[in-house]
Design a protein around this ligand. Sequence first.
Ligand code: AMP
Ligand code: MG
Length: 500
Amino acid sequence: MNAVDLSLQNAAPAWRSSGGLASLGSRFGTALPPQAVPAPHWVARSEALADELGLSGWLDTPVALEVLAGSAVADGSRPFASVYSGHQFGVWAGQLGDGRALLLGEIETPAGAMELQLKGGGLTPYSRMGDGRAVLRSSIREFLCSEAMHHLGIPTTRALAVVGSPLPVRRESVETAAIVTRIAPSFVRFGHFEHFAHHDQHAALRVLADFVIDAHYPICRDAVNPYAALLEAVARRTATLLADWQAVGFCHGVMNTDNMSILGLTIDYGPFGFLDGFDPGHVCNHSDHQGRYAYARQPNVAMWNLHALAQALLPLIAGDGEVAEATSELALEALEPYRTLFPATLEARMRAKLGLATAQDDDRALIDDWLKLLASERTDFTIAWRRLGTWTPADPSAVRDLFIDRAAFDAWAGRYALRLAAEGSADADRRRSMDRVNPKFVLRNHLCENAIRAAQAGDFAETHRLLKVLERPYDEQVEASAYADFPPDWAQQLEVSCSS
Ligand code: AMP
Ligand code: MG
């Protein structure tokens, strides 16, 4: 750590007077203070993130609890709720916005400028029928999964802390309130662009796009058409994000355009889930009756969402002229890389998961047939991949025993053995490299549920323990092996709805 980092350590957040979405002004949202939750207490804090951002000392102070509970506004922080719109479940939903999220402002950190956001900080002009609150249950889910995804190496908004409160919050039943502090370079969503496009507010649309380009995609500024370049850059990030999700068996659950990050981050953790048994049709959101956001459909949904973003950017791509056929062609061209980059990235991820060091023509079939094998028996996705790393022709049992149809496994394993031999693969090296990409620990629903139930009873130790395990998902952590077990039978009955 250099001297500058040390000077930031333990300091209060260094709020930037300009920068962040709030600096764009009142067309983009409303400045307002948070509404404090009563009797706040810490539920969880991410020490790893606090360290990265130089906030660990501050986080130990009573002031931090007040700021993150919404009862105090730090000097230099300018709380702001932003307006956006979006398509929900494929249908135009009109105006949405930060109904319970509140940007506190942008801070300077050793990792660059970051926006801080409270989720559950009270009513805003965009709360619609909602109460502006989030419950403890969903806040712990968001907190743990944000950090788990980051440590898996998947782009995501981060979560610094959860503050709890006895404030009653009505959902299907009465629960208690909590506030998650989220951190990201930007929380701008596809829906922000759709909002201004829908209202034909092209000047504001341009301000927003210029802001995003200047702060996050400066290279697009040099392109012949910076807005088409922005669209392409977002399409590329989204493509690799989706490949990352698919490779770890992550289902977002509510891929509405208002839940799509312009930075290609995983954002808005609601009814998400990691696959237990492999089922490509798995729907993790109990309220998603059509299965629109099923695991295997996510990559196509992302493309659908990118089309919605493209539509919103058309007036900017057209420049001073009318939106013409040539404009649409330019936009479609900008999306085209998604079609090649997503499958190519996923294939690369899958090759690495198989421990293949080279790329061969038949790899696609080897990957597909492995996945078919897993699907045919609903074999546990995480365990199967992790155990495949231990597989050798002489000692196949750990993974082979996962299958009822041993002959089917043996037939596939025979091809795998030939493929490995063809590239002169060494088992020990292969296992090491596979262990770096096939996590032993993911945030399975039942693990999260255990942490939530304990927290609801006032015991936050399990949330902290689970966080610590999830911070090292690729390490063996023998002492934590229970967290890598098959899910218990009761996990199948867990239903995750949109209610949060
Ligand atoms: P979500 O489905 O969580 O992505 O939320 C969709 C929209 O509903 C966003 O504009 C949220 O801000 C808003 N929203 C969700 N829950 C609440 C709530 N309890 N109070 C106010 N707004 C909410
Ligand atoms: Mg949302």
